[in-house]
Every structure is written in C-alpha cells, then in structure tokens.
Design a protein around this ligand. Structure first.
Ligand code: CUA
Length: 342
C-alpha cells in the first residue's frame, strides 16, 4: 500500500519513518483535494447544463440557501484542514526536537560542496556516513552564502546560513545510498553541489568511525601541528581549549564559575539564560555557535554588548571544538539555572 502510493505520486524512496509519515499525509491531502475538486467541477458542470439560459426572457429564480447547507459547505472543508493540521503539526514539531541521544554531525555548506565534521573526527567532503536506525542531529552552517541541505529520501530540508547554525535531525532506518542536494540557488555551481548520504548498518558504522579515528590519531602522532588541526575524540576538547585561548575567549569568560566580563562557561551548556530583550534561551550548540558569530543578537541580561564577532575568524571545525570544550565544562547533568551577572 505504502509502495503503491509512493509510485502513484512519483516520490523518491523513503529512507526513514519520518519520510513515510510525510508521504502518508501528502497522499491523504492529494486524495481529499482530488475528490473535492471532482465534486466541485462535477457540480459546476451540472449547474451549467441544468440552469443554462433557455430563452432571452428566462430569469433564474432567486435561491435562498438553507442554513444547514452553509454550515456543511464551510464545516466539511474546515474539518479536513484541521485534520491535516492535527496530523502534520506533530511531525513538524518532532523535526524541531532531536532526541537527546542523537549523534551530532556538523555540516558546512560552501560554494560548492558539503563538508561534514564528526565531533572527535573525522571530517569528510560530500559524503555523509551515518548509522542506520540511530538518530543523527545535524548542526548546519554556511561558509559563504545561503545554501539548503536537502535529502529527498529523508524528506528533510534545512537552510544553511552563513554565521548561524540551524539544526535538523533524522533517523534513517534503511541502509543505502541517498542523494544530497543544495536546494537554494547559490551561484554557478549550485546544480553541481551534490553529496551522498551513506546509511551504514550500525555495527559497520561503528567500525568505520573507530578506524577513522585511529587513523587520525596516528596521523597526528606522526605530523603534529602541521596545516589544519586534526580532530580526534581525545583531542577535540583540548583543541577547543587551545582555540579559546588563542582567540581571547578566556579573557572575558571564566571556566571556573567566577564572574567576569562575559558569562562563565562553567555549566553554561544547556543553561537557561535570560536575555536583555526578555526572552529565555537554552544555551545549546545552536545558541553557543550563534553567539560566537553574531554576539550582539542575543545578549544575556546583565552583560554589556562588548563581544566581537568571530564570523570568518573561526572555521566551523574550530567553532565546533570550542562548543565541545564548553560542553565539557559541566559539573552536573541536566539544565542549570541562570548565571549571576557581575
Ligand atoms: Cu549551494 Cu545551491
């Protein structure tokens, strides 16, 4: 039934439960609107014939509708709209709330390629490998212009914005290879900005990433401090600490909870912060990276707007490393209360 429906609508293959849910709703909407339009056009056709002008003196009698008809004409379509909303909204909402145990992957759009970085390594270009049946959260940004990360088989599309992190997640349940597109016109190479999503059986993926990390660790032992920093599981936090020190972050942010020019990084991750404009945010990866790139946008209440932007100064793997460093500065699990301003 599912397969038949997919073929009738010429939809791409479905690589996740979410994709199947989206298609079911899509099919339901198409089916109800088609039945409704057949009804509307059929009625119109009947009226054209039944009430056609038969002579020059013919006058159509005035018709006063009955209240029950008006209620039906408005109520039936409305109930379908509400039903679509009731089915669609939970799906939309689930896309905004990745599960807590999701594996993070940093995605960077760049004219005209996709770069992927796994916290703890490795990095990859244009090929995103993920384990089947496990949730994966993507933290997406762009190096230059707006791109859009689009995997038709997952029915997932998310804009990649320069200087800002957006997120989405998926749980691909069928091993296989699926296309990744850029869905936002971004210049001459837009149509060639293609990638591949490789969904591997979970154990195979575990083996692959362990091998990659071993390789990275060896590469780093062999050639320390040459070119781009090599990220490994053991060193990403150290790398973040190094970047934070080099970039001067630690001149304003303490890591021991003491008060300083900016909010302390101790227990900052997942902390609820009240902002100057009255909003409350949770300092997740998206907020932390956004506040590096656009610090003026979300000033924490009680602090001055003195932080410079790191847009263009921090490469995404560096920004990711700083975030991992901040994440490591936790004395307890779970959200913590707001920090005291100086
Ligand atoms: Cu990148 Cu279009």
């Amino acid at each position: 039934m599912n397969e038949l429906m997919r073929r009738i609508l010429f939809l791409p293959e479905q690589a996740s439960g979410y994709a199947r849910n989206v298609d079911h709703l899509h099919f339901f909407v198409i089916l109800t609107t088609m039945v409704a339009s057949v009804g509307v056009f059929g009625t119109a056709l009947y009226f054209f014939v039944r009430y056609r002008r038969r002579s020059d003196t013919d006058v159509t009698p005035h018709v006063t509708p009955r209240a029950i008809h008006e209620v039906l004409f408005i109520g039936v379509p409305l109930s379908f709209f509400l039903l679509w909303f009731a089915i669609g909204f939970p799906q939309f909402a689930s896309l905004q709330t990745p599960p807590k145990d999701a594996m993070d992957v940093y995605v960077q759009g760049k004219k005209w390629m996709w770069k992927f970085a796994y916290p703890g390594g490795p990095n990859a270009v244009d090929t995103l490998r993920v384990p089947a049946g496990r949730p994966v959260r993507l933290l997406i940004t762009s190096r230059d212009v707006i791109h859009s990360f689009f995997v038709p088989a997952l029915r997932v599309k998310q804009d990649a914005l320069p200087g800002r992190y957006t997120q989405t997640w998926f749980n691909a349940d069928r091993p296989g290879r699926y296309e990744i597109f850029c869905a936002e016109f971004c210049g001459i190479g837009h149509s060639a900005m293609l990638g591949e999503l490789v969904v591997m059986p979970a154990e195979e993926f575990d083996g692959w990433i362990a091998d990659q990390r071993k390789g990275l660790a060896r590469a780093q032992d062999a050639a320390p401090a040459r070119g781009e920093p090599v990220m490994t599981a053991s060193n990403i936090v150290d790398e973040g600490q190094k970047v934070a020190a080099e970039q001067g972050c630690l001149k304003c942010h303490s890591v021991d909870g003491s008060q300083h020019i900016g909010p302390t990084w101790l227990n900052l991750y997942l902390r609820r912060e009240k902002l100057k404009d009255g909003r409350t945010i949770v300092a997740d990866e998206g907020y932390l990276t956004k506040s590096m790139m656009d610090p003026a946008a979300d000033i924490v209440a009680g602090y001055q707007n003195v932080m410079p932007t790191f847009q263009g100064k921090l490469a995404p793997p560096e920004a990711a490393a700083v975030v991992e460093y901040i994440k490591s500065l936790r004395t307890s699990a779970g959200p913590s209360g707001p920090s005291e301003p100086p």
